[in-house]
Design a protein around this ligand. Structure first.
Ligand code: ADP
Length: 258
């Protein structure tokens, strides 16, 4: 892979579940050092997008290369070389945070694994729960364990699906700052979320999707027609819905998550 080759490249990538088109054919490229976000309401196709790129789902058509690896032919190799925080996945129920993080540290072949595990337990305020089985943790604590398992090996390329849904504002901010620092230090991030505010605070480039279609893509500033326009205005303009409809869409998601 050349130095300027994209870390993520999908050409004509599409996904159908049966007859239902969850993602219409699209192209995407993400380059080293970018913080790329995909935004859209519930059911827009965000998780499908991320699962295709990370080799968790096979596309119905198209080519996908991640770190120069064909994600359709070698999904395991892709997974071994990236970090992923999936939306709905929890750490294994019958492992404790310490056991799970030690397992990940071994799998990722970390040098100083014991110290790394202690560092991330402390960072996420999980020391008291270190020996509690993950099935007995709160949603937010389980999400912290998943985030710790991704942060611990500082992956060159990190995929995050709705990463902050269960975190309180203090940890949202802490994680946001860590991710921005990670990108500053050469990391690359692909994130999807329905929280448009995250685009403003974190992303260099973003795509807005709805009903499996990319409505627009570009820099956050570039998507706005003028400095007055908010991203919510951009979304409303692109989706062609009234503000009430869009508010309902986003509210519905919040109540579904509670
Ligand atoms: P988002 O992450 O934006 O909420 P998803 O990618 O999860 O959206 O889903 C996109 C669409 O595909 C939704 O309409 C959803 O119901 C549908 N879908 C997702 N997974 C499946 C599946 N395994 N089988 C059938 N339909 C699915």
């Amino acid at each position: 892979m050349g130095d300027d080759a994209p870390l993520v490249k999908a050409v004509d990538m599409a996904k159908k579940y049966g007859d239902f088109i969850a993602l219409h054919p699209l192209n995407v490229e993400v380059h080293s050092g970018e913080f790329f976000g995909v935004f859209g309401p519930n059911g827009a196709g965000k998780s499908t997008f991320i699962k295709l790129l990370t080799g968790q789902l096979k596309p119905s058509k198209g080519q996908i290369e991640v770190l120069g690896i064909n994600a359709t032919k070698s999904p395991q190799k892709v997974k071994a070389n990236i970090g992923i925080v999936p939306e709905s996945e929890s750490p294994p129920s019958y492992l404790t945070p310490v056991e799970f993080l030690q397992f990940v540290a071994k799998l990722r072949d970390l040098d100083d694994s014991d110290n790394e595990v202690e560092y991330w337990l402390d960072w996420f305020g999980l020391e008291e729960k270190r020996n509690t089985m993950c099935k007995d943790l709160s949603k937010g604590q389980r999400q912290k364990v998943m985030l710790a398992s991704a942060f611990i090996h500082k992956p060159k390329l990190l995929f995050l699906d709705e990463p902050f849904a269960n975190l309180d504002p203090i940890y949202q901010r802490k994680c946001r700052e860590w991710l921005l620092e990670h990108v500053k230090n050469g990391g690359t991030i692909f994130l999807c979320s329905h929280v448009l505010e995250m685009a403003e605070r974190m992303c260099n480039r973003m795509a807005i999707i709805n009903d499996g279609k990319v409505l627009a893509a570009g820099t956050v500033r570039g998507l706005k027609q003028n400095s007055e326009e908010t991203l919510e205005d951009v979304f409303i303009r692109l989706v062609g819905k009234s503000i009430e409809d869009v508010e309902k869409l986003f509210e519905q998601e919040v109540s579904e998550e509670e």
